[in-house]
Ligand binder design. Structure first.
Ligand SMILES: Nc1ncnc2c1ncn2[C@@H]1O[C@H](COP(=O)(O)OP(=O)(O)OP(=O)(O)O)[C@@H](O)[C@H]1O
Ligand SMILES: [Mg+2]
Length: 587
């Protein structure tokens, strides 16, 4: 359907181009009455070189100055205050694209970027009323229906749907940034809901607070596969939704980041011995399974099940070993006493229930085929029995191992995707909610978190080629790894009140957009500046709310204090949950 065309024949221009630099235009205003309708964020069409073309710009600043600069510092009394025609009204606007009334055979089009600079004295028109509707029509029509990802409505024209190019949004990583309570989780849920309407979506959401449990397919409006990293309460009788990540999935560095105390004098010896013993145990497993091909090429980092108790026994043996010396006298073996502390750390971790999802896993997780089923579960698209949207709840994972555990899951999935035949791969998106918790700025990271950063930075840099995208979500963009954020090509920036966070967001935006980003602290809840290559016009958008909402409702303190008393039973249950380290006791 061809859209209606913008036409400015019936109205006089608001002003004329006064000066131009690469991305900005300064407009001298002639119509002082019309200026009163202009707001920051409005659109201005500047007559292009030909009659068929307009350059589109977004208003960044509106100023009124007395044309007589001397009068500026004087307090004007009634007689001397400048009359409107003595005023110099100017608009500063940033160029965003080119509108063509006719593009070849087709109707009106809008393209990003201005391929010619506005000429001095060209007429400028405010895009409003029917022209705004016509222009917005072109924006949404430009994204073909099969790629359309509906985000919400434009703030400047609430009747116009804001549609992004779904391919481009996910292709080269995206980020959703905003202060707490600004609507990030709701936006994630809305995006998932949209993706779920496709035939074969494939999204894994890392949920740090268990707030997306409401999206599980057994809930009203729910549709997602829900899994929870097994907490201490799930070890004896794991639920069907309990997810274990057995120790053998961890590579050498990840394992050592949990077990090794690098300040120990014997740390290098311990690391070396542990590596050798693990390698031997992996070899034994493979020999037992008669997997000769794997035997000839596996490394200590290959995910092959091995018996951690056997590793411990072997280390204890080394730690206590006496050998026969040259003079036939018994002497201490090469590892004697060097591994004692490492063994106690290993034993402490093995028996700690909080680490049960790694070290106290059910029997079936030690089978060679188990990894296949894990990869299948996470990398499969929607089918009759399975949703393509998977939510992984990390809410009961101890914070000191959170970066390791998150990165192990991400790395395993990425590695499987990496080794898959190129034409068999389906694109996967990993949604990293609360990314500042496990993807911090490198200088703030400890050894384990640096491993996680390595994994995610690798995905951020190379993921595009393997169809593996990240959607980074954070309330503290200034605390999130710069490498990862700077790889993101699309941003949904919600309200951001903190100045440091605002500048972190501005630093990853194109320079010309810095003015638009100034409104970040003023945005309403659920309102965002969306920019990137997925959306033609960087715009302020009122985002859609999802049907299945996350469990992150903002409490109405004042109202609830007026209406609702506390629940003593619930407090008791909470104390018991705290003792059991499991939320599953709310009877
Ligand atoms: N699009 C929206 N329109 C209207 N209200 C919204 C919208 N999105 C979110 N809200 C409201 O804002 C509240 C907080 O939203 P949400 O949980 O998404 O915040 P958040 O940014 O994820 O916060 P946090 O960083 O603390 O996780 C919700 O209770 C919801 O009522
Ligand atoms: Mg949230």
């Amino acid at each position: 359907m061809a859209s209606t065309v913008m036409s400015f024949e019936s109205e006089s221009p608001i002003g004329r181009v006064m000066s131009v630099d690469t991305m900005r235009v300064f407009i001298h205003i002639d119509d002082h009455e019309l200026l009163k309708k202009v707001m920051v964020g409005n659109l201005i069409a500047i007559q292009g070189a030909t009659g068929h073309q307009y350059l589109i710009s977004i208003v960044e600043r509106i100023t009124r100055l007395p044309s007589d600069a001397i009068g500026l510092n004087e307090a004007p009394d009634d007689d001397t205050s400048p009359k409107p025609d003595e005023m110099q009204d100017t608009i500063r606007a940033v160029l965003v694209g080119t509108y063509r009334i006719k593009d070849g055979g087709s109707g009106p089009t809008f393209k990003r970027g201005a391929n010619s600079c506005p000429q001095i004295d060209q007429a400028c028109h405010l895009i409003h009323g029917v022209n705004l509707t016509a222009f917005m029509g072109v924006l949404s029509q430009d994204v073909p229906a099969d790629k359309a990802l509906r985000l919400g409505h434009f703030a400047i024209d609430p009747t116009a749907e804001a549609v992004a190019d779904g391919d481009r949004f996910f292709q080269r990583h995206a980020a959703i940034l905003g202060s707490t309570g600004s609507g990030k989780s709701y936006t994630v849920a809305a995006l998932l809901e949209r993706a779920n309407t496709l035939n074969h979506p494939n999204i894994v959401l890392l949920d740090m607070h268990g707030e997306y449990a409401s999206l599980a397919k057994d809930r009203t409006h729910g549709y997602a596969e829900y899994l929870k990293i097994a907490g201490p309460g799930d070890l004896v009788e794991p639920k069907p939704t309990s997810l274990f990540l057995p120790h053998w999935l961890l590579n050498r560095e990840e394992m050592l980041s949990i077990l090794l105390d690098r300040s120990d004098d014997n740390a290098p010896n311990q690391a070396m011995r542990f590596t050798n013993v693990v390698f031997d145990q992996k070899r034994k497993s493979l020999e037992g399974l008669n997997l000769t091909e794997v035997l000839s090429s596996f490394t200590v980092d290959s995910p092959i099940p091995y018996d951690l108790n056997a590793v411990r026994d072997s280390l204890i043996n080394d730690d206590q070993e006496m050998v026969i010396g040259s003079s036939n006298r018994e002497k201490q073996g090469p590892w004697h006493g060097k591994l004692t502390r490492f063994i106690s750390r290993l034993e402490a971790k093995i028996s700690d229930r909080r680490y049960g999802f790694l070290f106290q896993t059910p029997l079936d997780t030690s089978s060679y085929e188990w990894l296949q089923s894990l990869a299948e579960m996470f990398l499969s698209t929607k089918s009759a029995s399975r949703s393509g949207i998977k939510v992984v709840d990390f809410s009961e994972v101890p914070s000191d191992v959170l970066p390791t555990v998150v990165s192990v899951l991400a790395r395993v999935l990425y590695d499987v995707q990496f080794w898959m035949k190129a034409d068999a791969r389906t694109p996967v998106c990993l949604v990293c909610d609360e990314a500042h918790l496990y993807l911090p700025v490198r200088s703030d990271a400890d050894a384990a978190t640096k491993r996680a950063l390595d994994t995610f930075e690798r995905i951020a840099k190379e993921g595009r080629k393997y169809g593996f995208a990240l959607l980074v979500v954070s309330q503290r963009p200034s605390d999130v790894s710069k490498t990862i954020l700077s790889q993101c090509n699309n941003f949904i920036a919600l309200r951001l009140t903190n100045e440091q966070d605002q500048s972190a967001v501005k630093s990853v935006m194109p320079d010309s957009m810095a003015g638009i980003a100034d409104v970040l602290p003023l945005l309403d809840i659920g309102e965002a500046i969306v920019l990137g290559d997925s959306i033609l016009l960087p715009s302020r958008i009122k985002l859609d709310k999802p049907k299945a909402t996350p469990l992150s409702l903002t409490k109405n303190f004042w109202r609830e204090w007026g209406e609702k008393s506390s629940n003593t039973h619930a407090i008791k249950v909470a104390v018991e949950s705290l003792r059991r380290q499991s939320k599953c006791v709310d009877k």
